[in-house]
Design a protein around this ligand. Structure first.
Ligand SMILES: Cc1ncc(COP(=O)(O)O)c(C=O)c1O
Length: 397
């Protein structure tokens, strides 16, 4: 048999999805698993959004839409970007995709040529690296300092800029660290992009989940930054709509056309019924209330989790200001006596011995850490962290 694709053979599978699958498998076998692996809200999609889908299915007329999405949805996205982010886009600059992940993938395919360098901040969201490789770009990493909330400074980024730098990925609020960049920090990073002429992909999918700080879109800071930024966002996290698969990009018309063109051959339009529900999600006042309720609940759980973690000896964590993840430094337990040399072994032993699923930090580029998601009930948070406390008590630091 002839050789399969060399490019895709080098792509690693998503470790986060693999661990969530393993936890589900053990649960199905009757094991009492507490999972901190979820990358999605544990709430149902708000009722008004669900009802639009039900009505739409019964009404009929659910054929293909334009590949780049329904015009009323693109208009609703443009109105949202103006209201929430101070950004002016026409609907021809918006492309609705099958989730933010798809919007990111299409953007990378549109912007990159083979060998172009893409700077990402380490810790990074697990898919950025692989998506860049799939688009024949070269990932370049800037190591962020945990003492600076895991945020990279403009100076640190500048050290990695070369003539081949084509794009910088900013993810604020951040998965996996919960870091939220301030306006001033983004301005300094934006100045670099202007000075060295590179694009910015700003992944703002966790925009609505911020706790006591403000989200700023880097595209809103100047006309120059608006022109060179591709804003990515979607409905998954803010509206508890992960499975509906609606995300979008907002960019220059030139880039939007390329994204739409790629999508027209790849997948055609995103699910028509989900697009109608997305209009309701973006336009209804009820959504504002639902989002606020979820945000307040996530913040409460974050506080509980941080409190319990801070009582555990030899463990430290980076305090998150957004999203629903906490990075916990467990490297004090990496030694031969414990039979643990890295985050994968820590996570694996924790799952075997205490039935708690966490994501090893190595999936995000930082092996001293594990990632906990607090998109799970207070009961699970207390139970799971109690088990982690038991687990580390039995280890030698
Ligand atoms: C940082 C980040 N960007 C994008 C996505 C993708 O979201 P979507 O469900 O819209 O594809 C995720 C999902 O986990 C994420 O964490």
């Amino acid at each position: 048999m002839k050789e399969l694709s060399r490019k895709y053979a080098e792509i690693s599978p998503s470790l986060t999805l693999a661990i969530a699958a393993k936890a589900n498998e053990l649960r199905a076998k009757g094991e009492d698993i507490v999972s901190f692996s979820a990358g999605e809200p544990d709430f149902n999609t708000p009722e008004n959004i669900r009802n639009v889908a039900i009505e739409r299915i019964n009404r009929g007329g659910n054929g293909y839409t334009s590949a780049s999405g329904l015009t009323p949805l693109k208009e609703a996205v443009a109105a949202k970007l103006k209201k929430d982010n101070g950004l002016e886009y026409s609907s021809s600059q918006i492309v609705v995709s099958n989730g933010a992940k798809h919007a990111i993938s299409n953007t990378l395919l549109s912007v990159l040529n083979p060998g172009d360098e893409v700077i990402m901040i380490n810790p990074y969201w697990v898919s950025y690296k692989e998506l860049v490789k799939m688009a024949e770009g070269v990932p370049v990493f800037v190591d962020a300092d945990p003492n600076n909330h895991f945020k990279a400074t403009a100076e640190q980024i500048a050290e990695k800029v070369t003539p081949k730098t084509k794009l910088l990925i900013i993810n604020s609020p951040n998965n996996p660290t919960g870091a939220v960049y301030t306006k001033e920090e983004l301005q300094a990073i934006g100045n670099l992009a202007i000075e060295h002429d590179f694009y910015i992909l700003s992944d703002e999918i966790y925009e609505k989940l911020v706790y006591g700080v403000q989200h700023t879109s880097i595209a809103s800071l100047s006309e120059e930054l608006y022109k060179r930024t591709i804003v990515i966002n979607g409905l998954s996290k803010a509206y508890a709509m992960t499975g509906w698969r609606i995300g979008y990009s907002a960019s220059s018309i030139e880039i939007a056309k390329m994204i739409a063109n790629i999508q027209s051959h790849e997948t055609s339009n995103p699910n028509t019924i989900a697009q109608y529900s997305a209009i309701e999600a973006l336009e209804s006042d009820k959504s504002t209330v639902a989002i606020e309720e979820m945000r307040v609940e996530f913040m409460r759980r974050r506080d509980i989790a941080e409190d319990l973690l801070s009582k555990m000896p030899n463990i430290s964590h980076v305090s998150p200001e957004g999203a629903f993840y906490i990075m916990v430094d467990v490297s004090a337990f990496y030694n031969s006596e414990n039979g643990i040399a890295n985050s994968t072994e820590f996570a694996s032993k924790l799952l075997d011995e205490q039935k708690v699923a966490v994501i090893p930090g190595v999936a995000f580029g930082v092996d001293n850490y594990i990632r906990l998601s607090y998109a799970t009930s207070e009961e699970n948070i207390r139970k799971g962290l109690g088990r982690i406390a038991e687990f580390v008590k039995g280890l030698k630091a």
